[in-house]
Design a binder for this molecule. Structure first.
Ligand SMILES: [Ca+2]
Ligand SMILES: [Ca+2]
Ligand SMILES: [Ca+2]
Ligand SMILES: [Ca+2]
Length: 426
């Protein structure tokens, strides 16, 4: 026999290093030993080796006889990887890899998910198989402001890139009192307060923060609720101080949204009369591709015969939303309209974010509209080429028909996001 040792490299096993980069079970490896499928003597020899390395066999797999091993002493991830490398270097090992943890991609870990009955009816969880939103789709909440510090809102809150970073003199653009992006608003780095005329759209009520959470509370962050979109850009376009605002402030908010390329706004407000100025602002928004989602109103009346504004604005980029309860009935308070209301969505006992890190239920067509604004954002993330009218037609045509809702809106049913977002939908 030659005194030269054969190099062992060619005989040693291999390691699946990539598997260690994913979440994996502590203290466990999947190992295929050589001669795993041969006779009983070989099997018991392998069992002896398993014990020698301080492990136990949890399972032996049928195809090749690979084993799921669990080490008896506690091991850090670094120690587990070192052990795996040692095993892979042995001549009697074919391969070693980590036992990866597999997740259902469509189930976020937000603890209050189960209380969001509206998402069940609207098949939002099923839609999450296809999409969970996108941070570059920005939704304006034209309302009482948004608590941008809420832990379930902050991760999805929009920042104006033209008013962040440093200016030419090294000052923070957010606070330099200069209109860095020359859009007519000084330091509007997180939206605007069109009621007070300042750059702080903090919610001083709770209505706007609640709407924001339904559209896009952060999903899968282990906190609170989840919005229709796990990820999206939320921006507070505050036009109400307390619970009231003016048409003029609302118009300015819509024009700001149009100017800033904000894709969709949620408009859970109403009560004024018909305004030509408001209508022309919404028309301009539509020409820029903007979708204006409006609550149908809470007066238990037919908008076809008694107009509600801005819900009744008759333009292709307006989507008006009635509210439904958990059995897909029309909500007792909801306005409807076979001609002037487009779709219906959940709006009774809706749980969402409220200011100062809290959560709570609210009811109204105000809560139904953000379900649809959130749906529009997700449709936009999937099908960016659709016009506002095509987005509306998609939501109408993919709604679930419900006899009790047949005369309540153009759709004759309740929004089904899974059908709207499915790859073959448009
Ligand atoms: Ca500015
Ligand atoms: Ca500035
Ligand atoms: Ca303010
Ligand atoms: Ca959350």
């Amino acid at each position: 026999m030659s005194s030269m040792m054969l190099p062992t490299i060619g005989w040693a096993g291999s390691i699946n290093l990539e598997s260690f980069n994913h979440d994996h079970v502590e203290g466990e490896l999947l190992v295929l030993w050589k001669d795993s499928t041969s006779n009983l003597n070989a099997q018991s020899a392998i069992e002896t080796k398993v014990q020698e390395i301080g492990a136990q066999t949890v399972r032996t797999f049928r195809s090749e006889g690979a084993k799921q091993l669990r080490f008896t002493s506690k091991m850090s991830k670094v120690e587990l990887l070192a052990t795996a490398k040692q095993l892979a270097a042995r001549e009697d090992v074919v391969y070693v890899e980590a036992n990866n943890i597999i997740y259902l991609t469509a189930t976020p870990n937000d603890p209050r998910l189960s209380s969001l009955w509206g998402f069940k009816n609207m098949r939002v969880s099923d839609a999450w198989v296809h999409a969970t939103g996108a941070p570059d789709i920005v939704v304006g909440v034209i309302d009482t402001g948004v608590d941008y510090n809420h832990p379930d809102i902050a991760p999805n809150y929009w920042n104006n890139s033209g008013e962040t970073g440093l200016d030419s003199e090294g000052r923070d653009k957010r606070t330099n009192r200069i209109d860095d992006d020359k859009n007519g608003y000084v330091d509007d780095w997180r939206g605007w307060d069109f009621a007070a005329g300042d750059n702080d759209p903090m919610d001083t009520h709770s209505h706007g923060t609640h709407c924001a959470g339904t559209i896009g509370a952060r999903g899968d962050n282990g906190v609170g609720v989840v919005g229709v979109n796990w990820e999206v850009g939320i921006v507070g376009l505050k036009f109400m101080s307390g619970a009231s605002g003016t048409t003029a402030a609302a118009i300015e908010a819509i024009e700001y949204a149009t100017m800033m390329g904000i894709s969709v706004t949620n408009n859970s407000w109403g009560g004024g009369g018909r305004s030509e100025t408001l209508i022309s602002a919404v028309r301009k928004a539509g020409e820029a591709g903007h979708v204006f989602v409006a609550a149908a109103g809470n007066d238990t009346r037919n908008n076809d015969s008694t107009p509600t504004w801005p819900a009744n604005i008759d333009l292709d980029n307006v989507i008006t939303v009635a509210a439904t309860g958990s059995s897909d009935q029309i909500a007792s308070f909801s306005n409807w309209g076979r001609r002037t209301v487009h779709v219906a969505a959940p709006g009774v006992g809706i749980i969402s974010t409220t200011p100062r890190n809290s959560y709570g239920p609210m009811s109204g067509t105000s809560m139904a509209a953000p379900h649809v604004a959130g749906a529009v954002a997700m449709i936009r993330s999937q099908f960016p080429e659709l016009t506002p009218k095509e987005v509306r037609d998609l939501l109408i045509s993919t709604s679930d028909l419900v006899p009790a809702l047949a005369t309540r809106s153009q759709s004759g049913g309740r929004v089904n996001l899974e059908r709207a977002i499915a790859p073959q939908a448009p």
